[in-house]
Design a protein around this ligand. Structure first.
Ligand code: GYE
Length: 311
């Protein structure tokens, strides 16, 4: 990939594509790995002349501004990882009016705006929630006095927070688990906020009789583990913990016995994304949604899997 310039042709001629990427932020190890994957894939790809990268610091206004700048700059394709699901209609309509195709990477947006993007490449967050729910329903099936659950949700209004919650409780309900949501708050996908919210949970409800913490990502789970330890409890034993993502730090906490189940979410899809970007620029027909392949791991698998983790 050459630096700078590039023409606007999506037909394989000229210097390649100019792509604008409005990224969510840098809130987690997952996000850092995702940005690195996309940036290095763009750099290595001869079909891409330039990737204009904007870190929106988890702020939708900043993302909207980035997309507007990409439109002004007449990039060939806009890649958007929308921080929340709603509020995109106007700016995506502006991109459509300018004839610039939009590809969603990672997070999705509300169904009403489905016509305003070409395709989404990312995880099936509902399925991730279902995996967490399946493990919880099996693990606590014999819990006769009701399973008491704390939930640390991701960023309010984000697709992974909405869908990881929905998939989880869908399975608990379908399996007929007798459970109670002791509390459920957003920790905004960060370690700091995850820790702070867990401290509040402990102050408000205590931890006696709480069976399970479901954290929508590694960072919040790891922050909560600190809060649990500082309050004098043993994470993974006094309270069982599920996290989503599966970073090295997350698996290490699993190996250390501090958490019990990891649902994988894979951020390393940069090369796949570049293929989609080129197809879209060439006007090829693509699927509306391409899921990333993912697994899930229990305590018997943490140690063997740790060396395989890429982020
Ligand atoms: O799980 C979390 C990050 O959108 C799938 O965002 C992504 C989520 C990921 O902050 O760690």
């Amino acid at each position: 990939t050459a630096c700078g310039g590039g023409d606007d042709s999506g037909d394989g001629g000229g210097d390649g594509l100019v792509v604008g990427f409005a990224q969510v932020g840098a809130e987690s190890a997952w996000r850092t790995a995702n940005s690195a994957s996309v940036q290095s894939a763009a750099e290595a790809d001869e079909r891409i002349a330039e990737l204009k990268f904007v870190d929106a610091q988890q702020d939708q206004e900043k993302q909207i501004e980035a997309v507007r700048n990409f439109i002004t700059q007449q990039v060939d394709v806009i890649v958007l990882a929308p921080v929340v699901e709603t509020g995109w209609t106007d700016v995506l309509q502006e991109a459509a009016d300018a004839g610039i195709p939009v590809v969603l990477a990672d997070r999705g947006i509300e169904a009403a705006d489905e016509d305003l993007y070409v395709t989404r490449l990312g995880s099936d967050f509902t399925e991730e929630g279902r995996k967490a729910g399946t493990w919880a329903a099996e693990t606590f099936a014999a819990d006769t006095d009701g399973t008491r659950i704390l939930e640390l949700q991701g960023t309010t209004g984000s697709a992974p927070a909405n869908d990881r919650k929905a998939g989880f409780f869908e399975v608990l309900d379908a399996e007929g688990l007798d459970y109670e949501i002791v509390d459920s708050q957003s920790g905004n996908f960060t370690a700091e906020e995850g820790k702070a919210v867990m401290e509040t949970f402990i102050t408000t409800h205590g931890l006696e009789g709480v069976d399970l913490l479901y954290a929508h990502n590694d960072e919040m789970g790891l922050g909560a583990i600190q809060a649990i330890e500082e309050a004098g409890f043993t994470p993974g034993t006094d309270i069982q913990i599920i996290i989503v993502d599966g970073s090295k730090a997350g698996f290490q906490a699993g190996v250390d016995g501090k958490l019990n189940y990891i649902v994988e979410c894979n951020p390393v899809f940069g090369e796949q994304l570049m293929d989609v970007v080129v197809q879209v620029a060439d006007g090829e027909t693509v699927e509306k949604f391409t899921p990333v392949e993912e697994g899930a791991f229990d305590a018997t698998q943490f140690e063997a899997e740790l060396p395989n983790r890429q982020f």
